[in-house]
Design a protein around this ligand. Structure first.
Ligand SMILES: *[C@@H]1O[C@H](CO)[C@@H](O)[C@H](O)[C@H]1NC(C)=O
Ligand SMILES: *[C@@H]1O[C@H](CO)[C@@H](O)[C@H](O)[C@H]1NC(C)=O
Ligand SMILES: *[C@@H]1O[C@H](CO)[C@@H](O)[C@H](O)[C@H]1NC(C)=O
Length: 311
């Protein structure tokens, strides 16, 4: 633990929270104005991978393995692919798990408060960009592409889009680049990109605070996941040797060993493996090592360098 970097994070955090609260609570008009001019990019590419040509990552929230594996909708998803029974989150609470999944490190972030990671810290998108592999994030209920604060439901004030569940948003190396911000989009844009056959090769999808189970339950999250994914699994614009990883950011029980329910599915998973389990030790860093191995991207020399890849 580096105390100097923690201290800096804390100072930025306090300033950030004030800015964020003002923005979400009062500035609806400025959101409307910014929406009209927000830059949006939908890059595509077709870099051939070893095992898959498209990777889709979805995180649900705060559920123990046993609770998730007992949910009928998540059981349906498990029947479509391989359930990883020894897959662990990195830490608690939520935010450092998201941060770790794209950067190979928690970068000393130990909380859910507004955090910024120095521009010297690289992420998976540096490796993807270097190899010409297109990427985007799809953040449910983000009001416009590249929006950097939190956003509440404008009718009932409920939590909706939260920055802490957007894995790339805490990295200055991402947010300092307008073209990178323009690839952080909402689910409206997901459906636009899907319909126009312009989905990227790497994507991260964050459901809103209702749909991911955070403010609700695994029952709601499971129903959202099946409802969202079932039509996609027969959509040729989605399937393109596509590998989907559905997992949870962390367990609800902080005293457990943080084993989270995780399923690999999509047309990149052979039918002979549907409904099977795999007890190899994986964790959120395996996400990066799998993607890096698939497209020969090299690694960041962080947690990604040591983690086992799924394939
Ligand atoms: C999603 O983002 C687009 C692009 O910035 C924006 O035009 C649209 O209004 C957003 N949709 C919602 C539901 O906020
Ligand atoms: C989250 O999205 C669903 C639609 O998928 C919507 O019904 C719900 O109101 C949203 N939650 C909030 C808090 O806006
Ligand atoms: C599952 O486990 C074996 C090791 O027994 C491993 O070789 C294989 O690639 C694993 N991964 C998947 C996703 O099936």
């Amino acid at each position: 633990m580096h105390f100097s970097s923690l201290f800096i994070t804390a100072a930025v955090g306090i300033a950030g929270i004030n800015a964020q609260t003002q923005y979400t609570a009062t500035n609806t008009a400025s959101v409307e104005a910014a929406r009209a001019t927000a830059k949006t990019l939908s890059p595509t590419s077709s870099v051939k991978g070893k095992t898959f040509d498209r990777f889709v990552n979805i995180f649900l929230e705060n559920t123990d393995f046993d609770m998730a594996s007992a949910d009928p909708n998540l059981q349906w998803i498990a029947s479509q692919g391989i359930t990883l029974t020894n897959y662990k989150a990195i830490t608690h609470p939520s935010q450092p798990n998201y941060i770790a999944s794209v950067g190979g490190s928690t970068h000393s972030v130990i909380w859910d408060l507004y955090s910024r990671i120095s521009s010297s810290a690289r992420t998976i998108v540096d490796l993807l960009d270097a190899a010409g592999v297109s990427w985007s994030e799809y953040e449910d209920d983000m009001p416009y592409s590249g929006y950097e604060a939190d956003y509440i439901n404008q009718v009932n004030g409920a939590n909706d889009y939260v920055r802490k569940h957007n894995p790339l948003m805490s990295y200055d190396s991402v947010t300092s680049d307008l073209d990178r911000l323009a690839k952080m989009k909402n689910l409206t844009m997901f459906y636009n990109d899907l319909d126009s056959n312009k989905l990227p090769q790497w994507m991260f999808i964050t459901p809103n605070m209702t749909n991911d189970g955070h403010d609700t339950s695994v029952t709601v999250a499971g129903a959202w996941a099946k409802g969202f994914l079932e039509p996609l699994l027969t959509n040729p614009n989605f399937l393109s040797r596509t590998l989907v990883l559905l997992t949870f950011d962390e367990t609800a029980n902080y005293l457990s060993d943080n084993t989270v329910f995780s399923v690999l599915f999509g047309d990149a998973v052979p039918e002979s493996l549907h409904g099977t389990t795999n007890d190899t030790a994986y964790n959120h860093y395996s996400i990066m090592s799998t993607v890096e191995n698939n497209w020969d991207l090299g690694d960041l020399g962080e947690g990604d360098a040591d983690a086992s890849a799924f394939f």
